[in-house]
Design a protein around this ligand. Structure first.
Ligand SMILES: Nc1ncnc2c1ncn2[C@@H]1O[C@H](COP(=O)(O)OP(=O)(O)OP(=O)(O)O)[C@@H](O)[C@H]1O
Length: 307
């Protein structure tokens, strides 16, 4: 069935010591799309992905991977699903290039290893054993190993964690290409910009549950609303500031001394803001105005920052 989702999770529950770290989570991911599972540390992202990979047994709900059960059909799924684990999960005594060659041999029609090596900059450490690789090098090798078999669905758990900006961009390029080739890419991240840049569909997860989802545009758009961020003295009266700025503007102090103003921020808002601060002898050390971000969405929904 061409239209059936590559991944379908319904009411997933996973408990550790009686505590539900994944708590009735629903998620669908499709071929030819990047689906980002975005949430703070401990939200349950890795646990969810591990249930999809057949590495953990769920306590409730259903998971269908390419229409199959990740535990019962593990052998049939192995050649069709790529997995990049957060801790690498690689054997450590083998040289990087031999590891990739070994993995490639397990598949009927592997990708060109030289091209993958070039794209991910693996050549400079190909002869180094996995145990001696830096965190970012290990990540790049783990990504290469996850996709060398041309999977239909690939799980990437924090794919660019610990990478320098150049490597991160190489990874993002590759992820976009996979998507364009029709692969279903499911990635977890707590990097807002990674989700914003890459994802066709974002599921924001908190306390083991999806609290909002949609395209980045759906999630961040709120008409003409903008977000003004202000750093100044802590403990200002946000109610009084909101009243001074005018109707339709909500002011919150997100952390002591950092304020967020959401709504129809315009030129007069800035004039009113600086005048109000001047009357109170408060100096603004930073004022920025921009569109809403996924971080703002998360803050609105939970009252907390992503990190
Ligand atoms: N094997 C385990 N035994 C007990 N608790 C666990 C186990 N694995 C994970 N947890 C707990 O489950 C919760 C969710 O962890 P998980 O790794 O899924 O979160 P995450 O969203 O991936 O976080 P991060 O962004 O830090 O990777 C955390 O509170 C974690 O401490």
């Amino acid at each position: 069935m061409p239209d059936s989702p590559a991944l379908e999770i319904a009411g997933l529950v996973k408990r550790y010591d009686g505590r539900a770290v994944v708590d009735r989570l629903d998620l669908v991911a499709r071929a030819g799309q990047v689906t980002a599972v975005l949430g703070p540390n401990g939200a349950g992202k890795t646990t969810t992905i591990e249930c999809c990979e057949g590495l953990r047994q769920a306590d409730g709900g259903t998971v269908r991977v390419l229409g199959l059960d990740p535990l019962l059909d593990a052998a049939r799924l192995r050649p069709r699903v790529g997995v990049m684990l957060q801790d690498g999960g690689l054997p450590t005594g083998i040289r990087a290039q031999d590891m990739l060659a070994h993995v490639a041999r397990m598949y009927a029609a592997p990708r060109d290893r030289d091209e993958l090596t070039e794209r991910l900059g693996l050549g400079s450490f190909g002869r180094t054993t996995v145990r001696r690789l830096s965190g970012g090098q290990r990540q790049r090798l783990a990504l290469a190993a996850a996709i060398v078999g041309r999977p239909e669905l690939v799980f990437l758990d924090e794919p660019s964690a610990g990478m320098d900006p150049q490597s991160r961009h190489a990874v993002w390029e590759l992820v976009r290409e996979l998507r364009d080739e029709g692969v279903a890419v499911v990635l977890t991240t707590h990097l807002m910009d990674e989700a914003e840049d890459l994802a066709d569909h974002v599921a924001i997860v908190d306390h083991g549950r999806v609290i909002a989802e949609g395209s980045v545009r759906d999630l961040v758009s709120d008409g003409d609303d903008r977000t003004l961020r202000l750093d100044t003295a802590a403990g200002l009266d946000v109610g009084a500031l909101g009243a001074a700025l005018g109707d339709g503007l909500a002011v919150t102090e997100s952390t002591p001394g950092s304020y967020v103003v959401v709504g129809a921020v315009g030129p007069t808002t800035l004039a009113a803001l600086t005048a109000w601060l001047a009357d109170r002898g408060a100096l603004a050390t930073r004022v920025t105005v921009g569109r809403r971000t996924l971080e703002d969405v998360f803050l609105d929904l939970t009252g907390r920052h992503l990190r």
